[in-house]
Design a protein around this ligand. Structure first.
Ligand code: SF4
Length: 238
């Protein structure tokens, strides 16, 4: 292959990667936005039905739930790293620190299938352990308490809303009795639909579906090039 052919092939490869990244963004963010709309509608219905005059108390600048351990697909991580490269890179040292904390708290490491994550009997216990350790998300702006990747935040971050005063979320400790904990809404029916769409988009882009906790997924998404995914995919298909 001569120099011109190599250049032409390189240009084609870059174009293909840019198109695949754009499709991943469109599919992941499209499913997430549709979920937001459906989630709000489901909550409004539920509140109207229970007739107690309650309203969602979550608002911008309140980030107590950003201490949660977030499970996400690799597609979501890659969509964040592509759309918000500066915020993702700035968070990398904190993600690496959190990988060490994850080990210390006994949380699962590395990648898992969606099924393994869903069926893990320890899931609720380790999610609680992380939340109670009050470790803020690496993507949270600590001054403004706002998400630095808000438009592309994972589905898990969108699937939470409470109707109790925000101070209640802040005050939760391991000792807080269950009846005094915030009253909230979590994953609704629309979540399963959006999650399925995320899985499909991730599979289309990377040839498989990887799930994991945010520090690991984000570290891989930031540190690896598009070319390396293409190589891994080609090898997996051989
Ligand atoms: S990604 Fe954004 S919304 Fe989700 S936990 Fe982190 S800071 Fe909060």
């Amino acid at each position: 292959m001569n120099r011109h052919q190599r250049r032409a092939e390189d240009a084609l490869r870059k174009e293909r990667i840019a198109r695949a990244n754009a499709e991943l963004q469109r599919d992941i963010l499209g499913a997430s936005r549709a979920f937001d709309t459906a989630f709000q509608a489901e909550i409004a219905d539920e509140l109207a039905r229970d007739g107690q005059g309650r309203a969602v108390t979550c608002s911008a600048g309140c980030a107590h739930c950003c201490n949660q351990a977030v499970f996400m697909s690799f597609g979501e991580a890659r969509a964040i790293a592509t759309r918000y490269p500066a915020a993702a890179k700035a968070a990398l040292p904190e993600f690496e620190r959190q990988l060490v904390l994850q080990r210390e708290l006994g949380l699962p490491q590395g990648q898992r299938t969606l099924e393994a994550a869903d069926k893990d009997p320890e899931r609720e216990a380790f999610l609680a352990r992380w939340f109670l350790a009050k470790i803020p998300c690496a993507l949270l702006d600590k001054k403004t308490q706002r998400c630095t990747v808000y438009e592309a935040r994972p589905l898990g971050c969108r699937a939470l809303a409470v109707v109790t005063p925000p101070a209640k979320c802040e005050a939760v400790t391991a000792e807080t009795p269950v009846e005094e904990r915030p009253v909230g809404f979590e994953q609704k029916e629309a979540y399963e639909l959006a999650r399925g769409q995320h899985m499909a988009a991730t599979h289309r882009r990377f040839g498989r579906v990887l799930m994991g906790l945010m520090p690991q997924m984000m570290q891989w998404a930031i540190n690896h090039s598009d070319e390396s995914y293409d190589r891994a995919r080609a090898e997996a298909q051989r």
